[in-house]
Every structure is written in structure tokens, then in C-alpha cells.
Write a protein that binds this ligand. Structure first.
Ligand code: CUA
Length: 354
């Protein structure tokens, strides 16, 4: 006697396609780092720092356990569907109905509980490990403030303020130098996410969140805001630039200088200080002390403009100053309605801010 099962072929096919796609996506995520040049690729499966490494290990265990369950359950299901499908000539009567089996019911209650319990223990250990980490002496402390739509980065102990680029030293065996971040928001909720370094942590108004990273390999790591925060959420990119310890010391020294006073761009400097630029931007060493916009003291040391929207070139800077709304619709920097000559002078001045 056979079970009369009528499974919609299309449903079955859809389930298979879904499972196969999922398998491919996860598989490719793991394999992708093996191909070609991957520097700057934001791949969660290629962590290059604690705590991203620890998170990957935990997620891998969860994935393996879930994959085994999926294969066992899916296999049994497919076997039953194929083996006991309705065939021509089957009797029309019902197959025998079986009720209750203490062994089977006990097994499928106890086993999932054990599995869930193990996963809870492993996950809590990872979370506790990451959250309870205390800054060792020598750790770099930075404050990251999320703004619509850029990142303000302060190093209170070093007296540095910059934007959109978090510079940190690489941690070495001889000198452990993790960076501890205090996360704040000036307006709405944002989320700091550099996949190769750590998990996401939100920046919430009127709340202080914390996280830390400890990259060991110098290089540039890309990330972005991971919490929808308005029109230009997609153009709120963050770069973490990891220096060798010596190079980091040099970077700190450079950034601690006040703005250079290059007399060749005096006209642009005058234009900057005479316009309302000063209400929003700080240039240390001048009377410009605004706090709403990015600190421009060392603008030319940065790779991008407008939080990663465009590379920091003279042309892009000119377009940006002429009409920020064209480059980044909705951004809070207004069009200052300057003449072409004023724009040129201003850009010439900004370019002296090395
Ligand atoms: Cu800030 Cu999304």
C-alpha cells in the first residue's frame, strides 16, 4: 500500500532552486577570496581583524550545523516524496495510520533542544568575549560621530579631528594596539560597518555605543553606513586605513599640525573666511571654527570627498564647491552661489590644506 501524495511539481522545483541558490551564494562567499586581487573587497568571509575573525568562526559553526539539519530533513523529505509518490494502479483506499511513538517523539524533542543549547553557549561566549574586552595600555581611543551623511572622527587624546577616514595602527605581536571606538550620532541612527574588521554597531542619538577593532595587516578597509539614515545613506562610506606603527606615529604628527598658511592662495583663504563656510567648517589655525560640517584642516590628506562619493581631485572639489546638491542631492551643504573665479580661488586655497 502506498501513501497518496500529490506534490505540485512547480513548488518542488522552486524549493530546489531556492536551496541550490542559497548553497551557491554561501559557497561563493567562501571561495571568492581565493581568486585574484581582493584588496578592498568587503567580504565578511575574509576577516582580517578581531573581532571579525571570531564572528566568522561562530557563524561557520552555526552554518555547518544548519546545513547538516537541512540535508538530513530535506533528504528524508525528498526520499519520501519520490519513493511513496502516487502511481498508476495504486489502490484508492487510505494507507495504515500510525499514532504515537515515544522513542521517535522523544528523539525529535531532545535533539533539537541539545543543538539549540550548544549554539546558545557558543554564541554567548563569542558575544561576551567581544563585548567585555578591556582596552590594554597603548590602545588607541577614537570617537566616531555619525552625521547625515558623513563620519566625524575624533581622537580626543591626540587632539585630532578628521572625517570619513579612520586611521589606526596595525597591531603586532610585540606591540598590541587595538583601537577602541566610542560611537555617537549627531542626528539619526547610523551603523558603523567595516565587514573585514568587525560586526555592525549602531550609532544612536543620545546613546553611547562601543566597539573595537584590531587589524594586523596594513591597508585600506572599506565599509559603509549599514542603517538607513536618509536620502544619501548609500553615499556614507567609511575607510579604515591601517598603518604600520611607525607610519601611524607620522600620520598623527602631520594631523596635529595647524593648517598650513600658504600665501599663494590668499584670495581663496579670504573668500573662505568671509563666506558662511566658517559657520560649519573648522580649519585649525584660522578663525573658522564651525562644527556642523567636516573639519577641513587637512582636507588634502583624504582620499575621497563627500564621504566616499567621489575621489578627492581638483576637478571633483571644484564641482563640489560649485554645487554640492548636484554631486550629492539632499546633502546639508548649500550652494554658496559663488562666481567661477571665486570657486577657483577657493579650491586653490583648499588644495593647500595638506
Ligand atoms: Cu548613515 Cu545610513
Amino acid at each position: 500500500m502506498r501513501l497518496h501524495l500529490y506534490v505540485n511539481q512547480r513548488t518542488l522545483r522552486a524549493v530546489f532552486v531556492f536551496a541550490f541558490s542559497l548553497f551557491c551564494i554561501i559557497g561563493l562567499g567562501y571561495l571568492e577570496p581565493a581568486f585574484g586581487q581582493n584588496d578592498g573587497v568587503t567580504n565578511i568571509f575574509r576577516p582580517l581583524s578581531q573581532p571579525a575573525q571570531e564572528i566568522k568562526e561562530t557563524s561557520f559553526l552555526v552554518l555547518v550545523v544548519c546545513a547538516v539539519i537541512f540535508i538530513v530533513v530535506g533528504g528524508l523529505l525528498v526520499y519520501s516524496i519520490v519513493r511513496f509518490r502516487h502511481r498508476a494502479g495504486d489502490e484508492a483506499s487510505e494507507p495504515p495510520q500510525v499514532y504515537g511513538s515515544n522513542q521517535i517523539e522523544l528523539a525529535w524533542t531532545v535533539m533539537p533542544i541539545l543543538i539549540v543549547f550548544v549554539l546558545i553557549l557558543v554564541t554567548s561566549r563569542t558575544i561576551a568575549d567581544i563585548q567585555n574586552r578591556k582596552p590594554p595600555p597603548g590602545a588607541v581611543q577614537a570617537t566616531v560621530v555619525g552625521h547625515q551623511w558623513w563620519w566625524e572622527i575624533r581622537y580626543p587624546e591626540l587632539g585630532i579631528v578628521t572625517a570619513n577616514e579612520l586611521h589606526v595602527p596595525a597591531s603586532t605581536v610585540d606591540s598590541r594596539q587595538p583601537t577602541f571606538l566610542k560611537l555617537l550620532s549627531a542626528d539619526v541612527a547610523h551603523s558603523f560597518w567595516v565587514p573585514q574588521l568587525a560586526g555592525k554597531t549602531d550609532l544612536i542619538p543620545n546613546r553611547e555605543n562601543r566597539m573595537w577593532i584590531e587589524p594586523t595587516k596594513p591597508g585600506t578597509y572599506l565599509g559603509n553606513c549599514a542603517e538607513y539614515c536618509g536620502t544619501q545613506h548609500a553615499r556614507m562610506l567609511i575607510r579604515v586605513i591601517v598603518h604600520s606603527p611607525d607610519e601611524f606615529v607620522r600620520w598623527v604628527k602631520d594631523q596635529q599640525q595647524v593648517a598650513s598658511e600658504d600665501t599663494s592662495a590668499a584670495a581663496g583663504r579670504k573668500a573662505f573666511l568671509a563666506n558662511s563656510c566658517v559657520n560649519c567648517h573648522t580649519i585649525r589655525g584660522t578663525s573658522a571654527q564651525g562644527k556642523f560640517g567636516p573639519d577641513l584642516t587637512h582636507l588634502m590628506s583624504r582620499e575621497t570627498l563627500a564621504a566616499g562619493a567621489v575621489p578627492n581631485t581638483a576637478d571633483n572639489l571644484r564641482q563640489w564647491v560649485r554645487d554640492p546638491q548636484k554631486a550629492k542631492v539632499g546633502c546639508l551643504m548649500p550652494n554658496m552661489q559663488m562666481t567661477d573665479q571665486e570657486v577657483d580661488q577657493l579650491v586653490a586655497y583648499l588644495q593647500t590644506l595638506k
